[in-house]
Design a protein around this ligand. Structure first.
Ligand code: XMP
Length: 514
């Protein structure tokens, strides 16, 4: 197969690294994230059309801060440094990085002093950009020319076109730099000369052919979690090998109301797949009894999930492969691609492979981002209502019940959650919402109903807007919608006597409560 045209994003520790890669792919150019361990030889071998050095929290003058082999900068491959990437390129060429007089965070006026720079082609010279840094490059090093500056940043953009080296101090990848995508487009198409041929439909054709070729006549197992990743994987593998696929759906009893039945329906009725549902709720509740620590809950559910799956899988004969819905962010987060970043929560549905079975892996989506997986699923005929369903965590409602998880509490939360989903789905704001759910805390409060004193649970409503799930804001929900949700939950769920609304953004909070 001919080598695919790609731009490599080297992760130097930025929380935005994945965003950079996605932006490039949105331009129909394949892009891949790599660690700073990438060698000169790797690059010569893989021949990317360009490199982007991400930002990062480090200071270039601190010992041990991320760096790549400086010889890579001399290869003549187009390179764009972003934020820390600019400082790294600057320093490698003898420039001086100093602490800024005032750190710049957030929206900043940018003044382009060389509007003929290819990066700024077709852009206005007075722009707003998004900054997030404490260090600056004092002046462009020898061979580079200054392209843009801000009040506190003497070098906000610089370039050495003869050596195809470009760098910006601000973040073109974030939506707060609204024209940033144009800059990335200029880099990809004008500097790297990309062809822009990476499309989802061709991905589906290639992936189907690859699966057939590697699996041949063997049987393949696939664990279904109810989420879009495993669903798209199963549908893609089924397209390739039909009856040879055997799907196992572990129902841990922590799904939303009726959702397990819905999953079963889609597979059995629509895709006529070989589909086995294992009802394991009692087993999970048993293992979770009395457990209150969020990380322990996650670990227990993850481990039990694998055990139940493994037991069911061992009964299927002549299996050689296991298909997994690993997607690109999972690869980046769990295989150390983003090694300079911190792990905030352990996600259980990653790497859930029964190790004792010695099965070979089929991971057809491992190069794709979530939005690309959705496009693949639509392309394969999965209904929109399923494809655009809100993300749901692998450990399910267990991490939305603070304290010990019991069937009783799951039932309360399922009822409240069903009302939240129903009311939002019929409201005009539904399309703007990233995720909405209820949280059941481990506290009770006094209320009054009729003439009776109540002592019931509150439900905390968590409704967020987000585009990337890495940052999120609480949704500004119209009062009348909040009112209906609150009234319905309190009237229809007997154990609940109060509804509160969570008005925290991520960061510093997270979307889920555990
Ligand atoms: P946080 O709470 O980290 O959540 O802001 C970000 C997104 O990830 C989802 N989430 C999970 N998804 N397995 C998953 O597949 C998990 O263990 C898990 N934990 C959180 C969360 O619902 C949100 O969409």
């Amino acid at each position: 197969m001919a080598q695919q045209e790609k731009i490599i994003v080297v992760d130097m520790g930025s929380q935005y690294t994945q965003l950079i890669a996605r932006r490039i792919r949105e331009l129909d150019v394949f892009s891949e994230i790599r660690t700073t361990d990438i060698t000169l030889e790797d690059i010569k071998h893989e021949m990317p059309i360009g490199l982007i050095l991400s930002g990062g929290p480090g200071s270039v003058y601190v010992h041990g801060s991320p760096e790549i082999d400086p010889k890579i900068l001399e290869l003549g491959i187009p390179i764009l440094g972003i934020c820390y990437g600019l400082q790294f390129i600057g320093r490698m060429h003898g420039g001086e990085v100093i602490s800024a007089k005032a750190a710049e965070y957030g929206k900043t006026d940018l003044q382009v002093v060389e509007p003929d720079s290819v990066l700024f082609r077709n852009l206005n010279p007075e722009l707003i950009c998004w900054m997030s840094h404490g260090d600056v490059l004092a002046s462009p090093p020898k061979g580079f020319r200054l392209v843009a500056k801000t009040y506190h940043t003497p070098v906000a953009a610089m370039e050495n076109p003869a050596r195809k080296l470009y760098a910006v101090q601000f973040h073109p990848e974030v939506t707060h730099t609204p024209w940033g995508v144009e800059l990335l487009r200029n880099f990809a198409f004008e500097v790297c000369k990309a062809g822009g041929t990476w499309k989802v439909s061709s991905f589906v054709e290639d992936a189907t052919a690859n699966i057939r070729e590697s699996v041949k006549s063997a049987r393949v197992l696939c664990g279904i979690s109810g989420g879009i990743d495993s669903l798209a994987t199963a549908v893609l593998v089924q397209r390739a090998i039909g009856e040879q696929l055997h799907c196992i759906f572990v129902d841990h009893g922590l799904m939303r109301m009726n959702e397990a039945d819905q999953v079963e329906r889609v597979f059995k009725k629509q895709f006529k797949a070989n589909f086995q549902r294992v009802n394991a709720a009692r087993r999970f509740f048993g293992k979770l009894r009395g457990v209150t620590n969020p990380e322990r809950k996650r670990k227990i559910i993850g481990r039990e999930f694998i055990r139940v799956f493994e037991e069911a899988a061992l009964k299927v004969k002549n299996v050689k492969y296991i298909a997994q819905g690993t997607i690109y962010p999972d690869v980046v987060e769990s295989h150390g691609v983003g090694k300079h970043q911190h792990v905030i929560k352990s996600h259980h549905n990653v790497g859930g492979l029964p190790r004792t079975m010695k099965l070979k892996l089929v991971e057809p989506l491992r190069d794709l981002f979530k939005d690309e997986v959705r496009k693949v699923a639509l392309n394969l005929g999965v209904p929109e209502s399923v494809v655009y369903r809100q993300p749901f965590p692998g450990p399910g409602l267990a991490i939305r019940i603070i304290g010990a998880v019991t069937p009783f509490k799951v039932r309360i939360l399922q009822q409240a959650d069903a009302i939240i989903q129903e009311e939002l789905a019929s409201s005009e704001i539904y399309a703007d919402i990233g995720q909405a759910f209820g949280v059941l805390p481990d506290i009770r409060s006094v209320g009054v109903m009729g003439d009776r004193r109540t002592y019931g649970y509150p439900i905390i409503l968590r409704i967020v807007t987000t585009t990337d799930w890495m940052t999120a804001d609480w949704a500004r929900i119209p009062y009348n919608v909040l009112e209906t949700i609150s009234n319905r939950i309190i009237n229809e769920v007997p154990q609940v006597n109060r509804v509160a609304y969570d008005i925290s953004s991520k960061p510093p909070a997270t979307i889920e409560w555990e």
